[in-house]
Structures are given as C-alpha cells and as structure tokens.
Write a protein that binds this ligand. Structure first.
Ligand code: DX5
Ligand code: ZN
Length: 219
C-alpha cells in the first residue's frame, strides 16, 4: 500500500492569516494541501476559486490537491491548471454536468494528477469504469459542502472495494478519504485501504498542528 499522506483542507483554515496557516501546516508535516472549490450549485455552499489557488501556490511547494465540487469542471479546468493545481479531482455525479471521461482525459493531457470522486449516496459502480484512467479516487465520507461534519463509516465498503481494485491492478491507485477525518476515523480508513487523509477541522482547530497530523497517521 502506498505511504499514508495527510492533506490538510484549507477550508478550515483562518483565511485572515492564510499565508501563516499554509506555513504552519507545512512545518507541521503536511504532505499535500487540499483545496475545496465550491460553486453554490453542485454543493450548497460557495468557497473560493482559482485566485485563491494561485495565492496558495505562491506560498508553498506542497502538492496542491484541488477538489472541484462544481458544475462544468471541464470549463474551469484551464484556470485551475494556470493557478498551479498539481492534482485535480472532479465529481462523477451527473449533477456535475460534464463528460467524465473527457474531463479526466483533459486533466491527464495537461500533465496534472487525475482524481475522481463520488458522494456518499453515489454507488461505487459509478466510478468503476474510470479506475484505470485515474491516479486518485476520493471517497467522500461526508456529503460535500461543509467542514466539521460527522464521518460516515458505511463508506468503508467503498474504500475496501477500491483497495481490492488497487491490489488487482498494479497497486498504485491513491485512495483518499475526505470528511470527518480525525484520529479514530483516520485509523479506520487506513485499515480499510485509504492512503490519503484529508482533514480540515481536526488540524486547523487543533492547538498543535504537528501533533494533530501525527495522530492522524497513528504515530
Ligand atoms: C467538504 C470538503 C472536505 C472538508 C473536510 O465538502 O470536501 O474537504 O473540508 O473538512 P473536515 O475535515 O472538517 O470534515
Ligand atoms: Zn474536499
């Protein structure tokens, strides 16, 4: 199984001190930074766009893991690539209003990491046809739109199915979980096959970011 990586979600960071928060997370041992893009249509919230991604890009060399919770991600792809995204994850649901295969191919053609994700209510079968074309499968453990929600343990069935696929197909697929990830739910996710942990609240609301990241890793 690939090494366990921790990707703090800056949605939970203090935006009035974003540069400081980025440096604190990096010094605390973050492996990637997770950037949650919300358009108020695909999800019932609005977060930030390419301009903030470009700002974050200026202050860190960490891999920027951009999670597009938006309609028409294909249309906005060039702007997130230009802003400095290193990996871009799009939603498989029809409500995202794009041709999934075409969008994944466009991300690949741009030399960017390719991610696909599904909501808790979406069956694993929806992503199965694409697994051979992606670098990362993000299994949402909450319904997207807000940080601070409660982890949904029934999503571990999907993590186990992703692990089975990874073990049968070269062992390289990143399996990422996102939503309600804290030390105990991180442990459960790792046990079931996840190797990338997205965490917002459990890191940015912690007094000690390094301790929070270590605890997520189970150290
Ligand atoms: C929710 C986002 C998650 C969220 C995680 O739509 O995709 O990345 O920020 O936040 P926590 O870790 O607080 O559940
Ligand atoms: Zn996310």
């Amino acid at each position: 199984m690939p090494a366990v990586l921790v990707a703090p979600s800056i949605l939970a960071a203090d935006f009035s001190h974003l540069e400081t928060e980025i440096h604190r997370a990096e010094e605390a041992g973050a492996d990637w930074l997770h950037l949650d893009i919300m358009d108020g249509h695909f999800v019932d919230n609005i977060s930030f766009g390419p301009a903030v991604v470009a700002t974050v890009r200026k202050h860190t060399r960490l891999l920027l893991d951009v999670h597009l919770m938006i309609e028409h991600p294909d249309h906005y792809l060039p702007r997130f690539l230009e802003a400095g995204a290193n990996s871009i994850t799009v939603h498989v649901e029809a409500e995202a209003k794009h041709d999934v295969a075409q969008t994944l191919a466009a991300i690949r053609a741009a030399g960017c990491g390719v991610g696909l994700t599904l909501n808790p209510a979406t069956p694993f079968e929806a992503v199965a046809p694409y697994l051979g074309t992606i670098d990362l499968l993000l299994i949402m453990t909450v319904h997207p739109g807000f940080g601070g929600q409660v982890f949904r343990p029934e999503m571990m069935d999907k993590v186990r199915r992703a692990r089975q696929w990874r073990e049968a197909n070269g062992g390289k697929l990143h399996i990422e979980v996102d939503g309600g990830i804290k030390p105990e739910t991180a442990g459960t996710s790792i046990e079931n096959g996840a190797n990338i942990l997205v965490a917002g609240t459990s890191i940015f609301r912690a007094p000690d970011y390094a301790a929070a990241i270590r605890e997520l890793r189970g150290e």
